[in-house]
Design a protein around this ligand. Structure first.
Ligand SMILES: Nc1nc2c(ncn2[C@@H]2O[C@H](COP(=O)(O)OP(=O)(O)OP(=O)(O)O)[C@@H](O)[C@H]2O)c(=O)[nH]1
Ligand SMILES: [Mg+2]
Length: 458
């Protein structure tokens, strides 16, 4: 194991809290902490995985700074596989900053984002896919998202990648045997069998790729834009779905100027709800920018809730809106049904490409129908079985797709009788794409990009 400098960071969020943690990893961690810690015995004598009560003293003034519990985890049975100390102190920003600065004065360096997890990866405790899941656990927005991340941390995806890798290696070995012994009298590579095996592997990769949409949904939420003309009740709908008065609602058209984003949980599926400015052509400068943002939100959305005021006669703007909204990702919603209770809406439903949901954002009537319809529109209403690996990272999706196209080319090569060297090359490229997922193969830039997303102290 290569020895890296000892690094330290505050691992708990900034701000006041009951408890805060300053964490340090590296071969000098225990020594550095011992210089400012006074307890029943020095940490150097503490057994691994113990909590040690004591006080932190300012090394210059010898003044007590805080009463603490220090966790000691010794190499190699720690998160980073290095010696780790975790000072559990009171969660005030001044205390935390002081203890961190004592560590830095004592010779530690400030940890970069995700540096603890990066070390866990470099020291072989986690592979790269597992390390990425750590950030995902922290960012999980629903129970389902958390379970997927936990399964990835447990090695679910990595196992699948390893087994795919193994299958490709077998085909590669057969192909390479043909190259090495081409002059000798050995059995020829059974090309149709190799081709069939490649197709089978590709099918498994395809199944993984197909989970990516669900993965992104569980990981980041479904981008759901509420669009419609001014005053139809978009902000009221956002508030009704959030069950709190988040957005300003008034009877004045053009109330919402900027997009507002909030996360809600619909049957375990996280939705990133986006309230937008009402779409109308004759807007003032501020509103015009708002309208541009609305159009962008609509374009980038996975799902659109297109809202109409059911108590009003449709007009040309409604017709124009209907032509600009992509029907395949839209749920149509007729609002203000309290105004025509028991009667047909004034708005002509025949204009809509699909059956709308009729609601009142004011009285919350029909809200349950709406959530049912949203859940059905996303993932067909059910979350895929979470026991199976699910692709949640854009990076993994890209590499799987790359691997798949190399395998296709190898299979095609077999079909048309391409030289074995060339086929072996395609197979090696497929392997290296898969290796990049688990980090068998990596360059520092890749690690920088991945761990940059992490918080400091993780
Ligand atoms: N009766 C009734 N009034 C509603 C309903 N939903 C919204 N409203 C009213 O309609 C007006 C406009 O509501 P908003 O939610 O601000 O409408 P909006 O679509 O966000 O409007 P802009 O932000 O201007 O585009 C307010 O006076 C709301 O109280 C409803 O279901 N029933
Ligand atoms: Mg609004």
């Amino acid at each position: 194991m290569e020895s890296s400098p000892t690094v330290a960071a505050i691992s708990t969020p900034l701000g006041a809290g009951a408890i805060g943690i300053v964490r340090m990893t590296g071969s000098e961690a225990i020594d550095i902490c011992d210089r400012i810690f006074t307890g029943r015995r020095p940490l150097a004598e503490a057994a691994s995985h113990t909590l040690n009560y004591g006080v932190i003293l300012d090394p210059k003034t010898k003044e007590a700074v805080d009463e603490v519990l220090v966790g000691v985890m010794r190499s190699p049975a720690s998160y980073t596989r290095e010696d780790i100390v975790e000072v559990n102190c009171h969660g005030g920003p001044v205390v935390l900053q002081k203890i961190l600065s004592f560590f830095l004065d004592g010779g530690a360096r400030l940890a970069g984002p995700g540096e603890f997890t990066r070390r866990a990866f470099l020291n072989g405790r986690l592979d790269l896919a597992q390390a990425e899941s750590v950030a995902q656990i922290i960012a999980a927005k629903t129970g389902a998202g958390l379970r997927v991340a936990m399964s990835q941390l447990g090695g679910g995806l990595s196992e699948t990648i390893k087994s795919l890798r193994w299958s490709i290696l077998n085909v590669l070995a057969a192909v390479e045997a043909g190259i090495d012994f081409s002059d000798e009298d050995i059995e020829e590579l059974d090309k149709s069998e190799a081709e069939a095996r490649l197709e089978q592997i590709n099918q498994q990769i395809g199944e993984l790729v197909n989970t990516a949409f669900a993965g992104r949904v569980l990981n980041q939420g479904v981008r759901t834009a509420i669009v419609g003309q001014p005053n139809v009740g978009k902000s009221s709908l956002l508030n009704a779905m959030l069950m709190r008065e988040r957005a300003i609602v008034t009877e004045i058209p053009g109330t919402t100027r900027d997009t507002i984003e909030e996360v809600i949980n619909v049957k375990g599926i996280p939705l990133l709800l986006i309230d937008t400015a009402g779409l109308r052509p004759h807007a003032d400068t501020v509103e015009k920018i708002g309208v541009e943002r609305s159009l962008r939100a609509m374009k980038e959305a996975d799902l659109i809730l297109c809202l109409f005021d059911g108590s009003q006669q449709e007009n040309d703007h409604d017709r124009a809106l209907l032509t600009s909204v992509p029907a395949e990702k839209t749920v149509y919603v007729i609002n203000k049904c309290d105004k025509f209770r028991g009667r047909q809406p004034v708005f002509n439903l025949g204009l809509l490409p699909s059956q709308p949901v009729i609601i009142s954002a004011l009285t919350r009537q029909g809200m349950r129908d709406l959530t049912e319809k949203i859940a059905a529109a996303v993932l067909g209403g059910s979350i895929p079985p979470l026991e199976n690996p699910i692709v949640t990272q854009e990076r993994h999706l890209r590499l799987l797709t790359e691997a798949s196209s190399f395998l296709n080319r190898a299979a095609q090569g077999l079909r048309v009788g391409l030289g074995e060297e060339l086929i072996a090359e395609e197979l090696r490229s497929a392997l290296s794409a898969l290796d990049e997922i688990t980090g068998e193969e990596f360059i520092d830039d890749l690690l920088d990009t991945i761990f940059h997303e992490f918080c400091i102290g993780k």
